[in-house]
Design a protein around this ligand. Sequence first.
Ligand code: BG6
Length: 489
Amino acid sequence: MTDKKTFEPCDLVIYGALGDLSKRKLIISLYRLEKASFIEPDTRIIGVDRHDMGTPEFIETACKSLQAFLTDDLEDIVWERFSARLSYLKIDLTQADQYRQLNTVIDQKSRIMVNYFAVSPFLFKSICQGLSASGILTENSRMVMEKPIGHDLKSSREINNEVASVFSEKQVYRIDHYLGKETVLNLLALRFANSIFTTNWNHNTIDHIQITVAEEVGIEGRWDYFDKTGQLRDMLQNHLLQILTFIAMEPPANLEAENIHSEKIKVLKALRPITASNVEEKTVRGQYTAGYIKGCAVPGYLEEAGANTESTTESFVALRVDIDNWRWAGVPFYLRTGKRLTGKRTEIVVYFKQLPHNIFKDSFRELPPNKLIIHLQPNEGVEIEILNKIPGIDEHIKLKKTKLDLSFSDAFKKNRIFGGYEKLVLEAMRGNPTLFLSREETEQAWTWIDSIQNAWNHYKDTPKPYPAGTWGPVASVALLARDGRAWEE
Ligand code: BG6
């Protein structure tokens, strides 16, 4: 991956600079990068939006966002440096002729132009047309976009085609913010730098793998977006499948983007399709009803502000996924994700196979399997559950389950764990495509997800209710129980 000293300054243009994504995530991430001295001295940040305001008001808005969303203090010296990079341009994003104004501020002789589309995809076409009409783009320009890249294969292709009419594939940076998370990246290190895992990472030693992305939050006022989308498309198509590909892929030849992308695509292509013939046995859909989160009453999905009380959109999904390749034959992956669950928890649990014979029957009638638990958030870290002898001089050896526990905050006390957006915004500015999604990857993921969605539509499947503050519908427990297994709780 690129190194701190070698990247070039850029003009980062944020379209939708006054929108939610920009205020909540981008400005905060850029400020943090500034604080850590990761932004090139000559880099500038140009906010573009349709509201009538000048640079001073934009700077004030950025300051307010930082005061509202920054968890640490706003430092004067950092703010001074950061605010000096900011400027604002009023452009109605739907008006192609207005993009010419960019020519007055962008300086491509000394800076690379990085176009961040922080807007709803329905505006992507206009932005592409406007940029094209302005004649400002060069082969060095980049564009950054993030989900939702469509709501199915067809719409995702349309978006990708629009973007491709102006930017070549190597200029496009598709963000999945989970790929910027420190612990997701650490999966590469864990798997490919440690021989104890590289040699045991297959159907010979692994029984099954669970991936849980549990959220405490509900839909946070995003009814319109979420109700049309649902948890399958909002979380599983991207974040969970990305984690899955990192866990399941073959070792890439090196860390070059091309090699990583091609290994991930092979995994996506090997996912056994879930269709109308097996959807009932392999999937569970849920929708939360009123309940309690940390002792506070919260409304059910259908009682959220602006809700359509007839909605059958799922806020929870659990799946059994099979990967049809040599490495993973017979090893199921169980994925679950939901809103308003017991707590915020993203983790991967690798269950190793049970031993064929037990010589410690005094302690365990059946020896429990070893487990590797990777906590992606919160409390980032890795644990290995092993059996140990309880110290003592008893006649019989007694065993107990114990944990080898590596907490990142203890092990790397001096290193701050950067957020996903910080990492990805920086990599886009640096021009390192490794952690971004290729077009083929997004489309392959949609192909697999569409088949599940179509099967649900076919059966007019209604989601199973679960009270907020629980681990989802009982059917999710049954999904594993049918295979003689249970979720890690
Ligand atoms: C987003 C989804 O992509 O990820 C949200 O649209 C979800 O619905 C969020 O809440 C979760 O991200 P994180 O980083 O908080 O796990």
